[in-house]
Design a protein around this ligand. Structure first.
Ligand code: HEM
Ligand code: HEM
Length: 153
């Protein structure tokens, strides 16, 4: 089960990145359109993928070898001085949690009392922030913490 969820976690990264780009494009071109169907078409799959990703990530962090286990038997200063450990214990989870929060705030703009133009502008800003933190915290090939681009490769 752990491996299956890790594969899903790997794949959902691409779903999130693609729907983030689509949402950014939509928010850039939405003008005065009321927040509606077109925003939901990209924003809701993105929100759901991001929340599932968060849940899987928490599960991996708690039960797997790349989260809490690294804190057992290592003190915090050891973890912080080791780039790979710091990435998995601190950077990846915190940055990604932030990214998911930004995605949730962006999608939540439809409930705000501002004009449509302001809602789209704020959604755009939060989607861009999400994209930046998520891109920075993915274990891309070439990094010390590199992981496969696609599940199991
Ligand atoms: C760690 C697990 C999760 C946390 C902490 C979480 C947290 C949240 C928060 C804070 C909101 C925003 C509520 C609002 O602003 O109205 C939200 C909305 C939502 N979540 Fe999650 N969520 C989690 C897991 C999931 C999962 C697993 C799914 C789907 C399979 C999901 C689907 C949704 C949907 C569809 C909404 C939007 C509701 C709406 O239309 O306003 N969430 N969640
Ligand atoms: C937008 C959100 C996220 C993205 C795009 C993302 C992306 C990824 C990717 C691409 C991997 C490598 C998968 C592989 O080796 O095949 C990974 C691994 C991992 N992620 Fe995330 N992640 C996200 C959120 C989170 C969160 C919120 C947590 C923890 C709270 C988390 C915890 C982990 C852990 C522990 C691993 C390593 C699991 C293992 O190898 O056993 N992730 N993540």
């Amino acid at each position: 089960m752990y491996d299956g969820l890790l594969h899903l976690h790997n794949l959902l990264r691409w779903v999130i990145l693609i729907f983030l780009l689509l949402s950014i494009f939509r928010q850039m071109t939405a003008g005065n359109d009321p927040f509606g169907k077109r925003d939901k078409a990209f924003g809701l799959p993105l929100l759901i993928a991001a929340h599932i990703q968060l849940l899987i990530g928490l599960y991996q962090y708690i039960t797997g070898s790349w989260g809490l286990k690294m804190l057992e038997g290592n003190d915090m200063s050891t973890v912080m001085k080791n780039g790979a450990m710091r990435f998995w214990v601190i950077e990846h989870p915190i940055a990604m949690l932030l990214g998911v929060i930004f995605i949730t705030i962006a999608y939540g703009q439809r409930k705000s009392r501002h004009t449509a133009r302001v809602q789209h502008k704020r959604a755009l800003i939060f989607y861009i922030l999400a994209l930046l933190v998520i891109l920075a915290a993915v274990p891309w090939p070439g990094r010390e913490v590199a992981r496969p681009i696609f599940p199991g490769m």
